[in-house]
Design a protein around this ligand. Structure first.
Ligand SMILES: O=P(O)(O)OC[C@H]1O[C@H](OP(=O)(O)OP(=O)(O)O)[C@H](O)[C@@H]1O
Ligand SMILES: Nc1ncnc2[nH]cnc12
Length: 184
């Protein structure tokens, strides 16, 4: 695995990224043959590694006027609320279909292994919100590109892992994607 190498990495303590990468386990053939599943749950087994990941995201967005942190169900929920709390921003869940009780905005998308839909409550985004969208991983970019259509000004998408071979960031057009760990 390589580590993200954009400008934001000047001065960042790389040992944090190395610890995060070491806590990710790859399961070949899950959930079906041909897929190598990158599992982030090991990050949460070590509170100091969880803190490393949250710290890297918070350092990037502090002082950038972010008012809304959207997290994608389910694994975006592992990270997004804590980042929102640290930034003093609101957390908005982007949920799988038929989970939210109120009126929703709904977007369908295709995945590396199927299709799905995400939904957000109407009214969760206010006109002047500046959002980041958080997920554990970007693969094809289908999920994040549906999320970006949800209505806020999206400053950036933030993920722990990028599967570079799938070129997901191309699907996001002008919206930048910040990742901690790049791999294939
Ligand atoms: O870039 P993409 O090709 O859209 O793939 C990335 C998405 O796939 C995974 O979620 P999944 O749909 O498996 O749902 P889960 O978090 O509920 O397990 C992952 O957590 C991302 O949300
Ligand atoms: N290879 C992968 N590992 C974990 N989550 C994923 N979501 C889409 N592709 C994935």
């Amino acid at each position: 695995m390589a580590f993200a190498g954009d400008d934001s990495y000047h001065g960042v303590d790389d040992t944090r990224v190395a610890r995060i990468a070491a806590a990710i386990t790859v399961f070949p053939g899950f959930p079906k043959p041909g897929i190598s599943f990158h599992d982030v749950t090991g990050i949460f087994h070590k509170p100091e590694v969880f803190r490393d990941a949250i710290g890297l995201f918070v350092e990037r967005y502090k002082g950038k006027g972010v008012t809304l942190v959207a997290g994608i169900e389910a694994r975006g929920f592992f990270f997004a609320p804590t980042i929102a709390l640290e930034l003093g921003a609101k957390f908005v869940p982007l949920r799988k279909p038929r989970k939210l009780p109120g009126e929703v905005i709904s977007e369908e998308y295709s995945l590396e292994y199927g299709t799905d839909r995400i939904e957000m409550h109407v009214g969760a985004v206010e006109p002047n919100d500046r959002a980041i969208i958080v997920d554990d991983l970007i693969a094809t970019g289908g999920t994040l590109s549906a999320a970006k259509r949800a209505g806020a000004e999206v400053v950036e998408c933030a993920c722990v892992i990028e599967l570079q071979e799938l070129k997901g960031r191309e699907k996001l057009g002008k919206i930048p994607v910040f990742v901690l760990v790049e791999t294939n």
